[in-house]
Design a protein around this ligand. Structure first.
Ligand code: GTP
Ligand code: MG
Length: 363
């Protein structure tokens, strides 16, 4: 029996061979669904195996990953925007593990992660590329770094795609309600680009035979498969082109611009556009302000800025570990609660403008 990888390779080969047109649309759609299903099986198996990859914990600060080919200057960027010192070298694969640093911008803090360079063929295991890319599933923002000598991002984009990471894209608006009988009921809101027959055969490929399926936006078969799988991560990304100080720069910059990637040109060596980059990074992550009010006095301090979706626990951790260890309860006045001074626990999600008071156990 062929291995899953071989099966996937074969299906991909078939897609490549088949010319895309109206007549082959169905065939290709089904092949794509088959690949997606096999990849899911593969992923589930590898999870059981325990995995030996890199591991990062979601911290209190938003995290940002530096992704790109070797030697484009990822470590140099980390050193320029954070307090960290990652090794810089004039040769490929200088960085071999994850090096974190803290970037401060205005009154916000971000955790930036320097990663090993990724080369073509990463998903086949080249240069630990797959592990590097999978780390990005847990970040809040991806910085895709290119330089005038390595400026074609297409293999990097393919690697992200393969890992189930969708950049600068929203999750598809659709719902699936599985049932015991009745076949497939498909409702499409707005005009959809692909027909119900294909939609049905893709659904069947995933074992969905009886269900109400509602598509709330027009979408391609690929996006529909993403929605069916439900394990995709949707992240913002910024394209950076470093080394704007060298002669070959403008050709590479124009190329990236022609792809509508909105690249940010910088030079670490000449310290150009570093502040602009920080500003763009902060602008891509949704942050909220929380006012921490002491229980016995009005607060005169600046609000704390935390990632949208943060809990009371996240806020407490950011203040001091003691706040979590000795936590009794907290009270909030603001948008996240129904009435002023409502009592909440550590798991409560705060919202922008909340006034939070934390009560600790004595001793
Ligand atoms: N001309 C120029 N060279 C730069 C710039 N930034 C970095 N470099 C050089 O590019 C080389 C690679 O820099 P690194 O920061 O180590 O690159 P990296 O992307 O971290 O490389 P890997 O860790 O191997 O993936 C070094 O020789 C740097 O001095 C820049 O703005 N201009
Ligand atoms: Mg490096």
């Amino acid at each position: 029996m062929p291995s899953i990888d071989e099966e996937i390779k074969e299906l991909e080969g078939e897609i490549k061979k088949t010319q895309y047109n109206k007549a082959t649309e169905h065939h290709i759609g089904r092949l794509k669904a088959k690949i997606a299903r096999l990849e899911k099986v593969k992923e589930e198996r590898s999870k059981k195996g325990g995995g030996t990859g890199f591991f990062i914990k979601k911290g209190i600060y938003p995290s940002i990953g530096l992704l790109g080919p070797p030697s484009v200057g990822k470590s140099s960027i980390l050193n320029a925007i954070t307090n960290a010192e990652s090794r810089v070298g004039a040769f490929d694969f200088t960085t071999l593990s994850i090096v974190p640093g803290i970037m401060e911008y205005k009154n916000m803090k971000f955790r930036v992660l320097d990663l090993p360079g990724v080369i073509e063929g990463a998903h086949e295991g080249k240069g630990r590329g797959r592990e590097v890319i999978s780390v990005l599933r847990n970040v809040d923002l991806i910085l895709i770094v290119m330089d005038p000598f390595k400026y074609d991002p297409s293999y990097i984009l393919k690697e992200l795609q393969r890992e189930g990471i969708r950049i600068n894209q929203k999750p598809p608006k659709m719902s699936i309600l599985k049932k015991d009988r009745g076949g497939l009921n498909i409702t499409k809101v707005g005009k959809s680009e692909f027909d119900s027959e294909l939609l049905e055969s893709i659904s069947r490929e995933f074992g969905i035979i009886n269900a109400d399926i509602i598509l709330r936006q027009s979408m391609t078969p690929d996006v529909f498969i993403d929605g069916l799988l439900g394990n995709r991560v949707y992240l913002p990304a910024i394209f950076i082109i470093n080394k704007s100080d060298v002669g070959e720069f403008s050709r590479a910059y124009e190329f990236l611009k022609s792809l509508d990637l909105d690249p940010v040109p910088i030079s670490v060596v000449k310290k150009k556009n570093i502040e602009l980059l920080k500003e763009k990074m902060a602008g891509k992550i949704r942050m909220i302000r929380v006012h921490l009010i002491p229980s016995n006095a009005p607060s005169d301090k600046e609000p704390m800025v935390v990632r949208e979706g943060s809990t009371v626990e996240d806020v407490c951790k950011a203040v001091h570990t003691e706040f979590v260890e000795k936590f009794k309860f907290a009270t909030i006045t603001g948008k996240s609660v129904r009435f002023p001074n409502q009592r909440v626990g550590l798991e409560h999600r705060v919202q922008d403008g909340d006034n939070l008071t934390v009560f600790l156990r004595k001793g």
